[in-house]
Design a protein around this ligand. Structure first.
Ligand code: HEM
Length: 486
């Protein structure tokens, strides 16, 4: 035993005399309230859990870096971390499932979160995306309803009736559920999936010229799926299969990497493009806007402590750095509020001081006080602005690019109700084997639904995207496509 073994202390650093026996009045006597160490130990234990993320609760994270490989990117954005070839920026990434709770198996059919934090010299830039380029709904106002269907009924049970009731009544979900029931629905590992920003974002260069941008992180390990039966088996045998895979590959220095490509859309094109580029249920064709390489993301360091670095990580689409701005996407607009709000609830008002969330540059805000303020709280510096004490002031060159808005304030949907062309194209793009697996996965998922009305409503959507697809799912379920749909 080493001589410099440390003495156990309380949280306040007071040496502990006995960590095996609590203090009692005599051998068989009752416990004493003066046993402060026992009380502190039990009380702290009772407070070990913080609220889990309301979605994406189960995940794994790692640190790494992003390196720019293309000198031309600064033509499109003044974002400092993309300014020149060879520039490296430290990063944190977290991958997750969406619907399950903290202990849920990794290998279920679900989208995977692909959340990235870039510690840039101009503050933290977060890109909180998924492994699919589209989403189930296209207005933030529907998100809580949608997520309720993916979670549990008041009975505590999962329920395919509510899942398919909602999806069949929300046909904009068809594109995403096609990805979900195809091979991408269960990635082989977190390393074998692509990541997408999903929304269209805005980039602005140093002359004030703006572009729309779509992010694609392509896995250098290749994209591979898990066979459904194997995934079911693994869910029982090793619920942490994906977390373990990420950890062990980094541990043995087999560092996973992704190449970032962007699609750049000239600013004015949003007015005339054949799809609404702000509708997150749609993709933008690679033929129309080819992918341009930007750089490489490499994950090369496991979290030192899962709770400290992964549970306490707070990523938000609201963290945008100069040169990267929001688009009018109605989902993105809602997300910009939602994440910071949940972080203040889940981790507290000072969550940006937790090491994984702390920017690498100096934060000079006038925010003060609040629970768990641990950074000196600004010392005796001014707590208001403007001030005459040489406190930090704004930099007008960092303002967002002005943009024009028009029309009446109203609650209105997107113009296009075409929920079928893009999913139909995706179906037709699949190989014959993939289509068979897709039809099978849909039928297996829908079989327990009690109401034929719900099943037929969904079959109608498949049929409208591609008659063969509708026919095949109907047949698997022992139903016929209604004549009124044909
Ligand atoms: C996590 C809300 C749509 C990807 C979360 C969390 C909330 C949330 C409250 C928990 C965050 C935390 O506790 O730290 C919403 C709302 C949405 C929406 C209101 C729609 C209006 C989306 C979309 C994507 C996405 C479209 C992907 C394109 C993620 C990811 C996480 C997450 C990856 C996990 C972040 C992490 O790893 O810490 N979302 N979400 N969400 N969401 Fe969303």
């Amino acid at each position: 035993m080493s001589n410099n073994k440390k003495t156990l202390t309380t949280g306040s650093g007071i040496p502990v005399g006995d960590n095996q026996n609590s203090l009692t009045a005599g051998h068989n006597g009752p416990g004493l309230i003066q046993d402060f160490h026992l009380l502190e130990k039990l009380a702290h234990f009772n407070r070990e859990r913080i609220p889990e993320r309301v979605v994406h609760a189960k995940g794994a994270g790692a640190f790494g870096y992003f390196e720019v490989t293309n000198d031309e990117i600064s033509k499109y954005t003044k974002a400092d971390f993309l300014s020149e070839k060879g520039k490296r920026t430290d990063m944190f990434a977290r991958f997750s499932t969406v619907a399950g709770e903290l202990g849920y198996p990794d290998t279920v059919r679900d989208p995977r979160g692909f959340a990235l934090k870039f510690y840039t010299e101009e503050g933290n830039y977060d890109l909180v995306g998924n492994n699919t380029p589209v989403f189930f709904i296209r207005d933030a106002i529907k998100f809580p309803d949608f997520i309720h269907t993916q979670k549990r009924r008041p009975s505590g049970l999962k329920d395919p009736n509510m899942v398919w009731d909602f999806w069949s009544l929300s046909p904009e979900s068809l594109h995403q559920i096609t990805y979900l029931h195809g091979d991408r629905g269960i990635p082989a590992t977190f390393r074998h999936m692509n990541g997408y920003g999903s929304h269209t974002y805005k980039w602005v260069n140093d002359t004030g010229e703006a572009f729309w941008v779509k992010y694609h992180f392509v896995s250098d390990q290749g994209v591979h799926a898990l066979d459904t039966d194997l995934a079911d088996e693994l869910a029982g045998k090793n619920p942490d299969y994906h977390r373990e895979d990420l950890y062990t590959s980094i541990d043995k220095e087999d560092f996973p990497s992704w190449t970032l490509y962007v699609q750049i859309i000239p600013y004015e094109d949003y007015k005339t493009y054949k799809w609404d580029i702000f509708d997150v249920t749609k993709t933008v064709s690679k033929e129309d806007y080819p992918r341009i390489e930007v750089g490489k993301m490499v994950l090369n360091q496991n979290p030192g402590n899962h709770f400290a670095d992964v549970e306490q990580a707070a990523l938000t689409p609201g963290n945008l750095v100069p040169g990267i701005e929001a688009s009018p996407d109605k989902m993105l607009q809602g997300r910009i509020f939602s994440y910071g709000d949940t972080h203040r609830y889940r981790l507290g008002a000072n969550h940006q001081q937790i090491p994984v969330n702390r920017p690498k540059n100096e934060s000079t805000s006038y925010q003060r006080d609040g629970y768990m303020r641990v950074d000196g709280n600004g010392g005796n510096t001014p707590v208001y602005e403007p001030n005459s004490e040489n406190g930090p002031t704004e930099d007008p060159t960092k303002k967002i690019n002005p943009f024009e808005v028009y029309g009446e304030a109203d609650s209105v949907g997107y113009d296009s109700e075409d929920h079928y062309t893009q999913p139909g194209n995706l179906y037709r793009l699949m190989s014959a084997d993939e289509r068979t697996r897709l039809v099978q996965n849909f039928a297996d998922h829908m079989r327990p639904v009690e109401s034929d009305e719900i099943k037929l409503r969904q079959i109608e959507h498949f049929y409208k995207a591609d008659p063969e697809w509708g026919q095949r799912v109907a047949q698997e379920l022992g139903l016929s496509v209604p004549e009124s749909v044909k």
